[in-house]
Design a protein around this ligand. Structure first.
Ligand code: ATR
Length: 272
């Protein structure tokens, strides 16, 4: 009975259990595999993860605020996770046989970057992109956009953080972005999660989007966010946080089960 879970703090809002449970059922693995949500505080995170292989877990997703800690505690890192500096997926390659010298018990991967890329309508190569935010989510987005050949500018409320991010990963910081100058705008901040007005908190104007732009909002909820509603009204292409959740989750599921993920089933379950 391999077990899977999402680890977060808080975690009750996560759509991952519904999405993965539906996917496992669709793959015919619903009787054997399970996926649960585990709330774990930062000071208990490492001990919790270390115990998981021995409890029958095959892997886990990691969400806010543990993506950095997941990277630090892993015995082995994927190249992508190491370069981004954050991990959203843990794989426990040996089921419970921990403790042997040199054995890999916890492997950390990052599927956020590739999941984001797959959610886009086309290649970002050569595109001018604005990334809003400088947290863990922004790191994966900036890293992958630069790697794909986009020109990236980063705005953050606390400019020191965006400066650090760009020094480490590349891209340019921008204090007052010209909204119409970008072919892609990606919100990685938490603005909108608690119903905040994005046009009060972010350097964007509701009626200044354009049809040629792709606007991505990583915030997800039951309804399109105010940011995406304004972008869609202007005729821009929009990508929501649920699609990114589905794509990163599909890659994680494939890493754990070795089976192609049922995207449509996952989308329907994630949207509830
Ligand atoms: P994550 O790992 O999900 O990216 P995080 O590291 O906590 O989470 O980062 C949250 C991001 O949302 C940060 O860029 C944060 O800006 P600060 O660095 O200035 O804190 C941004 N953010 C949160 N609330 C915000 C608000 N009301 N206005 C603008 N940015 C906000």
């Amino acid at each position: 009975m391999p077990r899977l879970a999402v680890l977060g703090y808080p975690v009750s809002h996560s759509r991952s259990p519904a999405m993965h449970t539906a996917a496992l059922a669709e793959l015919g693995l619903g009787e054997e595999w399970s996926y649960e949500a585990i709330e774990v505080a930062p000071d208990a995170f490492e001990a919790r993860v270390r115990a998981m292989p021995g409890e029958g877990f095959a892997g886990a997703n990691v969400t806010v605020p543990h993506k950095g800690a997941a990277l630090s505690l892993a015995d082995e890192l994927s190249e992508t996770a190491r370069e981004i500096g954050a991990a959203n997926t843990l794989v426990f390659p040996h089921d419970g046989e921990s403790g042997k010298a040199g054995e890999v018990v916890v492997r950390a991967e990052n599927t956020d970057a590739e999941g984001f890329l797959r959610s886009l309508p086309g290649s970002p190569a050569g595109k001018r992109a604005l990334v809003l935010g400088a947290g863990g989510a922004a790191r994966a987005i900036v890293w992958t956009l630069l790697r794909e050949g986009a020109e990236v500018e980063v705005w953050n409320r606390t400019e020191l953080r965006s400066q650090h991010l760009c020094e480490e990963l590349g891209g340019e910081t921008v204090a007052a972005p010209a909204q119409t100058a970008y072919e892609m705008i990606v919100n990685t901040t938490l603005v909108g999660l608690g119903g905040e007005d994005p046009f009060a908190e972010l350097p964007l104007v509701a009626d200044a989007f354009a049809p040629a732009q792709t606007v991505v909002d990583m915030v997800y909820g039951g309804e399109p966010t105010a940011l995406l509603r304004a972008a869609a009204t202007a005729g821009a292409t929009t990508v929501d946080g649920i699609e990114i959740l589905v794509q990163q989750g599909a890659l994680s599921l494939e890493a754990w089960t070795g089976r192609p993920a049922p995207l449509e089933t996952m989308r329907a379950a994630a949207r509830g």
